[in-house]
Design a protein around this ligand. Structure first.
Ligand code: GLN
Ligand code: ZN
Length: 765
């Protein structure tokens, strides 16, 4: 029999139950025992739901208090020295201190670093390894959960992050060393884990090695064979699991490994299935991830069955089916959406619905299509209806893309000309000061927005309150003596949702939460159709803000690439096409802002880097269309209008050329945390336009000193011409409190004054 299994289930709960319980515990408002009870309840419920949906091998070990990579570190006893952990078992306090730098009953300490999990919006806690790293089985969590599931009568498949992926994702600390050298010390612990699982009666283990979807050095590829030969054991079968992309040059490596089965992502790389089949030894199980674990669309089941039936004939019970990857990356249950347009809802499948889809596929493969004729028919009809829906297809939008002309991406004149024209009216001093857009989102602001959303106050009252907030922010900035002002973004809940809600082609869920890190969840908008802009979105707020001051007011938009990368995207057209549609809609907004007299406009691209494909060979293509979309948005304005962009990260080195190609007049970036180290890239790469290396780290409540900020800017002058430098914080201020912000910006302005003294007063243009 073909086995229907699952690689992982969302742990946060359909109503974010785990989030609430975690935060309560962290605040000290509950005991760990209560949290544990909730965890146990959630696990049982999730196994139950998966089993009910037909999952035969239930994942265990996908549940986590914070992050599955951190769990692996705990299991392997990888706890950095600063946590002073010497115990036998990594306790919950140590665990949360590693994750967040603090925990009830523990001293504050520097948390471990967090970074993005492959190309998802999930973030994992980066393991820290030293050259002489020791490994020791130090957590029973996995074994306890296996026992827990077994006691409930479930057949389980424990999930482990494989040793090579674990090492790859870890960061070496201290003296330089080759992480592969740690395998000798690491593998015995994996061996011990497998043995214990075997003793508890487990038949299959899911060994995740997602790095097989990455560009690997030869030494790492070679290591795979040695590692899995060492980990071979007669009593337990391993399903070597890969996901998120094609295997390409790692394909034969995977197929040859001495394991009982392999899983591949047949959604991201359907074209590789044939090659894998031809390499697959005839004793191995092939698990195909055929239902998309990264997106929310219903699958076309009839089509999938048609594709899989010959494979089933060939492989028999060696063919397994599953979602393409863990379902961690999609919301739990569509049934909780009661406000979605029924038509749009009928096109969607969340985690539980995806498992139902697999059950239909399995029956079709095992019992024949007639057994599930109705379900197949239903699925085909809905997929067909979606394709043809008028909700999706807009002739004007398509026509505009068809008429696309490269000329739309270019400003009238090059930066050297524009900067002079802009300075002629802006008359900015040297080291002009500005901020990134948002000012503190106070409880009062959030309350008013909430009331408005729930219909508790009239649009007029809402507008008046927001205007008051804008006036307050503008007044504060004038008082501080900033040079280019912002309206403060009081009316925005979220930088993507705010625009998505006003654009056509976007839908929003009530409970479509996806874990981002720890207890943090996001509710990505769903781009379902051709994108258009029924009306101006930001112009009235900006115009009002400008009316309050003689200083230039900076209009504020989220860029097309960021909107795309933080949404669930259409699967019926390339991402590049969706991105360009958004770009055109935003281009009209930029034009409207300019017409309304807003002649400094910032287009945020906070998520541009996040969209980079996993394989370097695919980067250029992505960067080309991403940069093009940005330029389409921006290039509608006259030379005298100044375009800013903002990116909140500092790893630029490898995409510097693309960032320069965006041709923004000014870019503001994060640098304060890396102590301007980032600017070293400018030694090698001559960044041509204006740049504001953030001097104030808004991620902490600390108020930097004038001297610190002056020093950072002095460092910047070593790489960038003084006339092109701006002084600004490194991101928006929405998460901060006014007193800190006031104090920090006061000093920031003072720092700019002192720099002007030092470098001469008037900007030359
Ligand atoms: N303009 C946005 C703000 O200031 C930018 C946020 C971001 O970069 N993440 O909040
Ligand atoms: Zn930012």
């Amino acid at each position: 029999m073909t086995i229907q299994h699952n690689l992982g289930f969302p742990r946060i709960g359909a109503q974010r139950e785990l989030k609430r319980a975690l935060e309560q515990y962290w605040r000290g408002d509950s005991e760990f025992a209560e949290l544990e009870q909730l965890g146990q309840r959630l696990r049982a419920q999730h196994w139950q739901q998966q089993a009910a949906a037909g999952v035969e091998l239930l994942p265990v070990g996908d549940f986590s208090w914070y992050d599955q990579v951190l769990d692996m570190s705990a299991t392997l006893g990888v706890v950095p020295q600063r946590f002073h952990w010497f115990g036998a078992e990594v306790d919950i306090t140590t665990y949360f201190r590693m994750a967040r730098g603090r925990a009830p009953g523990g001293e504050p300490v520097n948390a471990c670093e967090m970074t993005k999990w492959f190309d998802t919006n999930y973030h994992y806690i980066v393991p820290e390894l030293v050259a002489e790293q020791k490994f020791k089985l130090s957590s029973n969590k996995l074994f306890n959960e296996v026992a827990e599931a077994q006691a409930l009568g479930f057949r389980v498949k424990p999930v482990l992050l494989g040793p090579l992926s674990y090492l790859w994702l870890a960061k070496g600390k201290g003296a330089d060393f080759d992480k592969l050298q740690l395998l000798e010390a690491l593998l015995p612990v994996y061996g011990e884990i497998l043995q214990r699982l075997e003793r508890s009666g487990v038949e299959w283990v899911q060994m995740d090695e997602p790095i097989l979807a990455l560009d690997l050095p030869q030494a790492w590829r070679t290591a795979f064979e040695a590692v899995y030969t060492r980990l071979q054991s007669r009593g337990i079968k391993q399903l070597l699991t890969t996901y998120f992309g094609p295997l390409r040059d790692n394909l034969t490596t995977l197929c040859r490994l001495p394991v009982a089965g392999i899983h591949i992502d047949a959604v991201r790389a359907p074209e590789e299935v044939a090659a894998v089949l031809s390499w697959l030894p005839n004793y191995k199980v092939l698990s195909l991830g055929v239902v998309d674990g990264r997106n929310i669309w219903r699958s076309d089941l009839a089509q999938l069955v048609q594709w899989l039936a010959p494979l089933k004939a060939q492989l028999g019970e060696r063919l397994w089916i599953a979602p393409s990857c863990s379902l961690l990356h999609v919301p739990v249950d569509l049934a909780h959406e009661v406000k979605l347009e029924p038509e749009i809802k009928s096109w969607l499948a969340f985690a539980l619905q995806k498992l139902d889809e697999l059950a239909v596929i399995k029956r079709a493969l095992c019992e024949g299509v007639t057994a599930v004729a109705e379900a197949l028919d239903h699925s085909a009809r809905l997929c067909q209806a979606r394709k043809a829906s008028r909700r999706i297809h807009k002739t004007e939008v398509k026509a505009r893309l068809e008429a696309f002309d490269e000329a739309l991406t270019e400003r009238d004149s090059p930066y050297s000309v524009r900067s002079v024209v802009q300075q002629a009216w802006l008359k900015l001093p040297l080291f002009p000061t500005t901020t990134i857009g948002s000012f503190p989102q106070t409880a009062a602001i959030r309350q008013i927005r909430q009331q408005y959303k729930q219909g508790g106050i009239t649009p007029a009252v809402y507008q008046a309150s927001m205007r008051e907030e804008i006036a307050f922010a503008v007044g504060a900035q004038e008082q501080l003596g900033l040079d280019v002002l912002v309206h403060g973004e009081a009316e925005r809940n979220d930088m993507v949702e705010y625009f998505g809600e006003q654009l056509e082609g976007f839908a929003f869920t009530q409970n479509g939460w996806v874990q981002s890190y720890g207890s943090r969840c996001v509710k990505p908008p769903i781009i379902y159709g051709d994108v258009s802009r029924p009306a101006a979105m930001t112009v009235e707020w900006a115009r009002y803000a400008q009316s309050l001051t003689k200083k230039p007011m900076k209009g504020m938009l989220t860029g097309p690439v960021t909107i795309l990368n933080w949404s669930f995207v259409r699967d019926d057209q390339p991402r590049a096409t969706s991105c360009l549609q958004i770009a055109f809609a935003l281009r009209d907004e930029v034009a409207d802002l300019e017409r309304a007299g807003i002649k400094v406009i910032q287009i945020d691209e906070a998520a541009l880097r996040e969209g980079l494909p996993l394989r370097q060979a695919d980067w250029q293509h992505y960067l080309d269309w991403a940069v093009r979309a940005f330029k389409v948005t921006a290039a509608v304005v006259a030379d005298e209008t100044q375009i800013h962009t903002h990116m909140c990260y500092s790893e630029f080195n490898d995409i510097m050329a693309a960032i320069a190609a965006m041709d923004a007049d000014v870019i503001t970036i994060e640098t304060s945390r890396s102590d301007m180290e980032l600017l070293e890239v400018f030694e090698r790469f001559h960044y041509p336009n204006g740049i504001g290396p953030g001097v104030y780290d808004i991620h902490t409540p600390n108020v930097p000193t004038i001297a610190e900020m002056v020093l950072l800017m002095q460092k910047a002058t070593a790489h960038i011409a003084v006339e092109r430098l701006w002084v600004n914080p490194d991101c928006g201020l929405k998460t901060r409190q006014w007193p800190e912000v006031d104090a920090a910006l006061q000093r920031m302005v003072a720092a700019a004054h002192s720099l002007r003294q030092e470098y001469g007063y008037q900007k030359v243009g």
